[in-house]
Ligand binder design. Structure first.
Ligand code: SF4
Ligand code: SF4
Ligand code: SF4
Length: 205
């Protein structure tokens, strides 16, 4: 995690609430998309654990009111995630295409991004409060895209001979990954919390 990571959540509020008055703020989403597609082929889901404003929002704001329950395994399945990716991206693309050519196209497209940010943040907030902060991140279309583009890159490695099975790493993992059992962890968001928590220095990237 970077030093700036805990403070990025404010951007979510600026874009999704401020954007209702200043739709141009919605174009910030394009920066997010660009960062994701530039970083993920080399670092997998690193963006999710270090630079995503919504990731920061759920980790540092929603976690304070979260019931911290288990994230349902079905939400992690690619059988669910890939259709959600195409549904949301298709819907956004459809709305943008239908807006082009009319009056105030620039502002209207900005408002489409703002609406998308607002709706997905509302879902992330509800799921994060009721289940676990990172529930949305288990099936977020941008998380799925990063997994598909670079799920094997920059892997977390466990030195099994050092591990004493204290489970401190798994207790702290915001994605609730089975760190000791899974060899490949394509949904690891590279936040580094497990590395810091391990008393035996058994984990590293
Ligand atoms: S899964 Fe989506 S909302 Fe969560 S941190 Fe990644 S890009 Fe952001
Ligand atoms: S496995 Fe470690 S680095 Fe990956 S998401 Fe969990 S705590 Fe963060
Ligand atoms: S925190 Fe370290 S020692 Fe404890 S279970 Fe995890 S890897 Fe093993």
């Amino acid at each position: 995690m970077l030093k700036i990571t805990p403070y990025l959540g404010i951007i979510v509020l600026i874009v999704s609430i401020g954007g209702l008055w200043y739709p141009v703020l919605g174009y910030f989403m394009l920066l997010i998309f660009a960062a994701i597609f530039l970083i993920s082929p080399f670092r997998g889901r690193w963006f999710c654990g270090n630079l995503c404003p919504r990731g920061s929002f759920v980790d540092f704001w929603i976690s304070k009111i979260s019931r911290k329950n288990k994230i349902p395994a079905t939400l992690r399945s690619l059988w669910i995630r890939i259709p959600i990716f195409f549904l949301l991206m298709g819907f956004m693309g459809y709305r943008i295409v239908n807006t082009i050519g009319g009056l105030n196209t620039f502002e209207k497209i900005g408002m489409i991004f703002v609406t998308m940010c607002l709706v997905t943040t509302a879902i992330a907030t509800l799921l994060g409060s009721y289940l676990s902060p990172r529930t949305w991140c288990s099936f977020c279309p941008m998380g799925t895209a990063q997994r598909l583009l670079g799920g094997k890159k920059y892997p977390l490695k466990l030195e099994k001979e050092k591990c004493i099975n204290c489970k401190k790493c798994e207790k702290i993992c915001p994605m609730q990954l089975k760190i000791r059992q899974e060899d490949s962890k394509p949904d690891c968001i590279k936040c580094g919390r497990c590395v810091d928590a391990c008393p035996k220095d058994a984990l590293k990237f």
